[in-house]
Write a protein that binds this ligand. Structure first.
Ligand code: ADP
Length: 756
């Protein structure tokens, strides 16, 4: 018997050693770690026990017992941890730590077995046959420790039974059964050991047999049912190490699996294992978050849930929910959104400021140019008077004419700067839109020609034009913008050339098929013999507010916006601008703009230089008189009202004025007007509101009176905006007297007009 026990112990030790090596070679996660821990402690326990069986007195027995306990103390705990891990559960770290500390305390009492008497209250050494024994009565620590081991075993049984019922896979079920058997064997031995139910339990520590049987069953589970299949273990390990939380539910929405991150995120998964309500709520939250696209926010973090169907041979067996922690991503997006909002509102503020500034500057310029026009008219009137004038008076009159022309030039220059700034801000805000329509290339080139011939002649430059006469005349595109770009490049050529010539060549790109509906790549080449551009300045050329060689060009007016705007406009139209320049000799700008051909009819023998190049200001002549017609001018600025009255003085019109929308409403109730000129931006009631109110006045006398919007809101597109909102026509401030008179002729009753 004695020998049999010794041999059995040796076999157990070899078996445990084999499992230790096995787990070490196939290590794949916590489950292997706990199994290794279990086998090592069991190994130490067995070695200690063999040692003990060779003792012959109390002292050597107790020493061997101390060695054995060094392993035995940890066997129950490591087994409990191993089984829990295997069943996909984990004990809270604090409990693990508490039990570990308790074990160490127990070991302290075992080391002082003889002096403290708290583990064994009494003990005596006795030989029963060949077996050395130590009959004892347990102390309090002994009972706590033994009960704890029993609790471990019961917990293991509960976990295995749960796993068995949860598991669907048949092999896994068998594995669980085998594990259950191993633990039941252990518990039975415990009971026998504790209550000394068998005689042998009095002479022999049968716990060692219990653990040996338990280990044997575990080995069967490991080998036969691939309990520690490395792939599965590795998969489990990988799934647990994922940053994503994973929860698997079956078709009845019962949770079948969750990985560690999911367990951390949702304690309700294991705390409320039985509370289907809590789990159902969780799944509902996931589903509604997936449906709405809104992430789940929990404990300061943001998760994106996804649901993937799980199928087995085309049969739906459940759903896999995965939750990725996208907090950083969302934070980054929030930050970006915030930054964008700040940038947008700054941009919005800038655009608003520019629009206001443009409006506010246009209003005084309206007065400056309007009264300047009056000065010029008065001057011309006196010049025309057939009376004798002294040389000083004649000279003064000439000077006044020149000064007035200068004021007009400077005023118009200021306007074009404001227009450039507005254009740039619109482009930057992405609000620039092309207004496309059919236009005549010939008339566009004639306009440009008129302007540039005049400027070139002022600087005594030759302006040469060469337009391919086979080019189609009717094109479809944004005429205003095409003209703006060509004018800008030509104006620069004249500005930056002191002598020689400026040449404009207009062609279609080679091999163009000129047919209605086709796209024509219009190529406009502008060559000058000017100052040229340094190679190192080339890349700065199209930047906003970039002016090159400031010292050299300090006397030349400019903002550095023209090329930037032109470049961006051409890009918007799908074309490009290229530059070739030799510093000191001149530059060549080539603009290519794709435009749709509306009709293939050619511009013909189009000699651009025969166009109207007479840009000299003609003396003012009133274009009509209408002494019977009555008009109302509405503007909150008294100066603007005066300007309008002054500009129309020579027409003989009867002009009433109103400085607010309300005043206008009062007047329109009392008097029938032939026409109303309405400012848009006024306090309290703006022009559009006033117009609408006049048109809906009960018993109103002016329901059908034409209302013309006269505003400093002069951005491109404004005309369409105001006409669409109900005005009959639109005039931009500063208003030009010729344009104003033409509009009045169009809308005043014919019988009241006498054209001159
Ligand atoms: P600006 O209002 O200053 O003319 P632009 O944007 O039109 O602004 O031009 C930017 C700069 O490019 C000018 O200041 C000038 O230095 C240079 N530039 C433009 N066109 C020419 C040219 N034809 N010859 C020489 N330099 C030019």
């Amino acid at each position: 018997m004695y020998q049999f026990v010794i041999y059995t112990l040796y076999i157990t030790i070899i078996g445990l050693f084999a499992v230790c090596v096995f787990t070490l070679t196939k290590w794949g996660g916590m489950v292997h770690t706990y199994l290794f821990f279990y086998c090592v402690s069991n190994l130490v326990y067995n070695i200690g026990y063999i040692n003990l069986l060779h003792t012959k007195d109390l002292t050597t027995y107790v020493n061997a017992l101390k060695l054995g306990y060094f392993g035995r103390l940890w066997v129950g705990l490591s087994m409990a941890l191993f089984i829990a891990e295997l069943c996909g559960k984990a004990y809270p770290a604090i409990i693990k730590a508490a039990v570990g500390i308790f074990n160490m305390i127990v070991y302290f009492f075992i080391l002082n077995l003889e002096s403290t008497r708290l583990y064994y209250k009494t003990m005596e050494f006795k030989m029963v046959g060949d077996f050395p024994t130590l009959p004892h009565s347990g102390g309090p620590i002994y009972y706590v420790y033994t009960s704890l081991n029993l609790i471990y075993a019961i917990l293991c049984i509960v976990l295995i039974v749960q796993a068995y019922f949860r598991e669907k896979n048949a092999t896994a079920k068998k594995r669980d059964l085998m594990l259950l058997l191993s633990i039941i064997a252990l518990v039975s031995t415990y009971v026998i050991y504790f209550f000394k139910l068998l005689e042998i339990a009095r002479i022999f520590d049968i716990m060692i047999v219990g653990y040996a049987v338990c280990t044997a069953f575990m080995l069967i589970a490991i080998v036969r049912y691939k309990m520690l299949d490395t792939t599965t273990a590795a998969k489990n390990y990988v799934v647990d190490e994922l940053s994503e939380g994973i929860i698997v539910v079956d078709n009845e929405e019962k949770v079948r699996y969750y990985n560690k991150p999911a367990q951390k995120l949702f304690p309700q998964l294991y705390e409320n294992e039985k509370s289907e309500e809590a789990i159902q709520k969780l799944l509902n939250d996931f589903n509604s978050s997936i449906a709405s696209g809104e992430p789940v926010r929990m404990s300061g973090r943001i998760y994106t849930p996804r649901a993937n169907p799980l199928t087995d041979e085309d049969m739906r067996i459940g759903t896999l929910y995965s939750l990725s922690d996208d907090t950083e991503h969302y934070r980054y997006m929030d930050e970006l959104r915030e930054q964008k909002q700040i940038a947008d509102s700054a941009n919005e503020a800038k655009s608003q400021f520019l629009a206001n500034m443009s409006h506010e500057i246009r209003t005084p310029i309206n007065a400056v140019l309007g009264f300047n026009e009056m000065i010029s008219r008065e001057c011309e009137k006196v010049k025309d008077e057939k009376i004798e004038k002294s040389p000083t008076v004649s000279e003064s009159l000439e000077n006044i004419s020149t000064f007035s022309a200068n004021i007009e030039g400077a005023g118009n220059n200021l306007l074009s700067i404001i227009n450039d700034i507005l254009d740039l801000s619109k482009i930057e805000a992405g609000k620039m839109e092309l207004v496309e329509g059919e236009y005549s290339l010939a008339s566009l080139l004639r306009d440009v020609n008129g302007m540039i011939t005049f400027r070139a002649s002022e600087k005594e430059l030759e302006f040469i034009t060469d337009v391919d006469d086979t080019l189609p005349d009717k094109l479809y595109g944004d005429m205003v913008r095409v003209r703006q770009v060509i004018t800008n490049i030509l104006t620069n050529a004249v500005k930056y050339t002191d002598s020689g010539n400026v040449k404009l060549i207009v062609r279609a790109e080679k091999d163009s098929d000129i047919k209605a509906g086709n796209i024509l790549n219009l190529t406009v080449t502008v060559t000058d013999t000017g100052i040229g551009i340094r190679p190192e300045d080339m890349k700065k050329l199209f930047g906003s507010f970039e002016r090159l060689e400031l010292k050299r060009n300090s006397t030349i007016e400019g903002t550095g916006l023209g090329l930037s705007i032109s470049h961006q406009l051409v890009s918007m139209m799908g074309g490009n601008i290229t530059v070739n320049s030799e510093y000191g000799s001149g530059s060549t700008f080539v603009i290519t703009i794709p435009q749709k051909i509306s009709s293939a009819e050619p511009v013909g023998n189009f000699n651009i230089n025969t166009g109207n190049t007479d840009n000299q200001k003609k003396p003012y002549r009133v274009s009509f008189s209408a002494t019977d017609a009555v008009i109302l001018v509405v503007d909150d600025s008294i100066v603007n009202l005066r300007v309008a009255k002054a500009l129309l003085r020579d027409t003989g019109l009867i002009i009433d004025t109103a400085d607010s929308g309300n005043k206008a409403l009062e007047l329109t109730l009392k008097k029938k007007y032939d026409l109303i000129l309405m400012d848009q931006r006024m306090p309290n009631m703006d022009g559009t509101e006033a117009m609408n109110s006049i048109r809906s006045q009960q018993d109103g006398l002016n329901i059908d009176t034409p209302v013309i919007c006269m505003t400093a809101d002069a951005i491109i597109g404004s005309k369409e905006k105001y006409i669409n909102s109900g005005f009959d026509d639109y005039l931009s401030k500063p208003v030009k007297s010729a344009e104003l008179e033409q509009t009045l002729i169009k809308y005043l009753p014919d019988e009241k007009i006498e054209k001159s």
